[in-house]
Design a protein around this ligand. Structure first.
Ligand SMILES: [Zn+2]
Length: 317
């Protein structure tokens, strides 16, 4: 018996003893880091007041209590609408309201998140939700539904990372659709802003001569090709909803969510259960009669642009 075989056997024994792995941990404490790295500024929720409302936890300064309460109710309504539309019960989410005054004139160019707390940036002068700006509303009505929906889809599909995350048309696609549905209802300005941004990114690809987008392979990495994927995936689901109705999305989720999560033993050598992007595409093909797997890999960017334009056109600016 050579060493490699011995190693595999040892790994399997160890794996069987230690696993199955639990995937998610949630904690009551955490930080958000803002800036551009490597000099991140830490914003901690330590010492903030905490409010729990249904599946949401919100951290806030005592002076922002009214805003926090209204935010909790609005976020709950937003998640309810996303859930009713897609048939996906949202994942629990923690948010923190951070006053911009607390970090001076540093612009929040980007942030990273620890322990799953999402930041919403406010100012001390806001008394209630009506005072908030577009950036805050974008976070509340687009990002929060997006993350709460993706938080449910991710554990089922995002084990596929070794193959370049071919499931993002489901995770980020349905999450973008959730953001669209919610903003269309509550703040069409944000919906239009998002659609405009997506159209810009796709137009740039078209200008560079890219006319087809492969949602299975191109929606990966961190460059502009990947960033355009959100708009393409949104257009994909807008098309499904237009042609077959949102009930088809609910039926799709009903079927794919009946699969168990993938779980592995022996350091990932032996796996059970789970569903991958291709099987999910086959299920959607059964529901629509279209060859979804082929369609995903050949998204026509001019048609995508038209779909996003039509979606924006149906909204008041
Ligand atoms: Zn996402």
């Amino acid at each position: 018996m050579n060493q490699v075989v011995l190693y595999i056997i040892a790994a399997m024994i160890l794996g069987i003893l230690l696993l199955p792995i639990t995937v998610e941990t949630r904690s009551e404490e955490g930080s958000v880091f803002i800036g551009e790295g490597p000099t991140w500024i830490e914003l901690s929720v330590e010492g903030l007041s905490k409010l729990t409302y249904e599946t949401l936890v919100i951290y806030f300064e005592p002076s922002s209590e009214r805003l926090a309460e209204e935010t909790a109710q609005a976020a709950h309504q937003a998640l309810q609408l996303a859930s009713d539309t897609l048939g996906i019960a949202p994942a629990p989410l923690s948010l923190a309201l951070f006053p911009r005054e607390n970090f001076g004139d540093i612009s929040v160019l980007s942030f990273k998140i620890e322990k799953g707390i999402w930041p919403l940036f406010i100012t001390h002068s806001w008394q209630n939700l009506q005072d908030s700006d577009l950036d805050f509303q974008d976070g509340l009505y687009w990002t929060i539904p997006h993350e709460a929906i993706e938080g449910v889809i991710a554990p089922l599909f995002y084990h596929d990372w070794r193959h370049g995350w071919p499931s993002r048309w489901i995770g980020d696609g349905l999450s973008a659709y959730a953001g669209y549905v919610v903003t269309k209802e509550y703040t069409s300005k944000v919906a239009n802003m998002r659609l405009y941004d997506y159209k810009q990114k796709i137009t740039r690809l078209l200008e560079k001569g890219k006319v087809k987008y492969d949602l299975v392979r191109d929606f990966v990495g961190s460059d502009e090709l990947q960033l355009a994927g959100y708009g393409v995936a949104l257009a994909f689901w807008l098309g499904i909803a237009q042609r077959y109705g949102e009930k088809t999305i609910r039926e799709f989720w009903n079927r794919v969510s009946s699969f168990s999560k993938k779980w592995c033993i022996a350091l990932g050598l032996i796996c059970f259960g789970g569903i991958n992007a291709r099987e999910a595409a086959r299920i959607l093909s059964e529901l629509t009669g279209e060859d979804i797997w082929t369609k995903l890999q050949n998204m026509n960017l001019r048609e995508v642009l038209q779909t996003l334009e039509a979606a924006a056109g149906g909204l008041n600016p």
